[in-house]
Design a protein around this ligand. Structure first.
Ligand code: FPP
Length: 274
C-alpha cells in the first residue's frame, strides 16, 4: 500500500500532483539519465563538482520518492564508460560523492527495504569504490522492496557485447544451441536480467539523446525529457514525469484498442462501370 502522506504532505503542491496520479498504473521500472550538473554549477559560477554534489541530493530525494511510491525498480545513470574522459579531479570527486552517498544513505536504504545494485563493468572501478559498493550490495541483499540500480562504468553497447560474449561462451561449451537464441536468451544475459524493462525513461536538462543508456531495455520505454537540470530535480518533477507517462498510450507496435476493432483496409472501390 502506498502511504500518500509519506510521498507528499497534505496541502502541498506535490500532494495535489499525487492526487491526480492513478496509483494503480505506475510504471514498474523508471530509468533516469541525470544530466545538467555542470550547467547548474556554471549558472552559479561554481566549480563543476559543486553541481555533482548538489546532484547527489537530488538522487536521495528521487530514490526515497520512488521507493515510497513502491516502484519495482529505479535505475540511475551515474557514470558512463565515456565519462573517464573528464578531468581526473572531476572523476575522483564523482566517485567520492558516490562513496559518501552510500555511507550516509546505507541505513535508510535498508530501512526502506531498498535493494541496491550496480549495472556496468564494476570490475573496472577503483578497489575502494568496489568495496563501498560491495558493502551496500551485501547489506541490502535481503531487502525485498524497490531495486535501486546505479549505472557505473556503464555502456549500453558494452552490455550487449558482454551478453553476446556470454552467449558465445555457452554455445562453445555446448550448453546452448545457437539455433535457440532468441530475445529472451539475450535479455537473460544483460546486467538487468531479473528486472522488468524500464517503462519510463527520464532525461533532465533538455537534451534529446539516449547517450548509450540501456539500449536494449528501452525498446518500448516512454521518454520524458524535462528542461530541469538534475540538481534541481525534486519530488514534484518525478511526479510530473509519472503523470506525463500516464497520459501516453502504450501500443508496443500494435494499434489503439478502438482502432483494432475498426476495419484496417478500406473496401476496394467498386470497379468503374460495374
Ligand atoms: C551529468 O551532468 C551527471 C553526471 C555525469 C554524474 C551524475 C552523478 C551524480 C548526480 C552524483 C553522485 C551519484 C550518486 C548515485 C550518488 P554533466 O556533468 O554532464 O552536466 P552538463 O551536461 O551540464 O555538463
Amino acid at each position: 500500500m502506498i502511504e500518500k502522506d509519506l510521498v507528499a504532505a497534505p496541502g502541498t503542491p506535490e500532494r495535489a500532483l499525487l492526487e491526480t496520479l492513478d496509483l494503480g498504473r505506475l510504471p514498474r521500472h523508471v530509468a533516469v539519465i541525470m544530466d545538467g550538473n555542470g550547467r547548474w554549477a556554471k549558472q552559479r559560477h561554481l566549480p563543476r563538482v559543486e553541481g555533482h554534489r548538489a546532484g547527489a541530493s537530488a538522487v536521495r530525494e528521487t530514490v526515497e520518492t520512488a521507493a515510497r511510491l513502491r516502484l519495482d525498480a529505479l535505475t540511475l545513470y551515474a557514470f558512463s564508460t565515456e565519462n573517464w574522459k573528464r578531468p581526473k579531479a572531476e572523476v575522483s570527486t564523482l566517485f567520492a560523492l558516490l562513496k559518501e552517498f552510500l555511507k550516509r544513505e546505507f541505513r535508510s536504504l535498508v530501512e526502506n527495504d531498498i535493494r541496491f545494485r550496480v549495472v556496468g563493468r564494476a570490475d573496472g572501478l577503483d578497489p575502494s569504490v568496489r568495496s563501498a559498493l560491495a558493502t551496500a550490495l551485501e547489506a541490502t541483499a535481503s531487502c525485498r522492496g524497490m531495486v535501486f540500480s546505479v549505472a557505473l562504468n556503464y555502456s549500453g553497447r558494452a552490455e550487449i557485447a558482454d551478453a553476446a560474449r556470454a552467449l558465445a561462451r555457452d554455445a562453445a561449451a555446448g550448453s546452448l544451441d545457437p539455433e535457440t537464441i532468441d530475445e529472451d536468451a539475450v535479455a537473460r544475459r544483460l546486467y538487468t536480467a531479473d528486472l522488468p524493462d524500464p517503462d519510463l525513461l527520464i532525461r533532465t536538462s533538455g537534451e534529446l539523446r539516449i547517450s548509450n543508456f540501456l539500449l536494449w531495455q528501452i525498446a518500448y520505454a516512454e521518454i520524458h525529457v524535462t528542461p530541469v537540470l538534475w540538481p534541481d530535480f525534486r519530488r514534484r518533477h518525478l511526479l510530473e514525469a509519472l503523470l506525463d507517462y500516464q497520459r501516453r498510450e502504450r501500443r508496443y507496435g500494435g494499434v489503439a484498442e478502438e482502432d483494432a476493432s475498426a476495419p484496417g483496409v478500406p473496401p476496394a472501390p467498386a470497379a468503374l462501370g460495374a
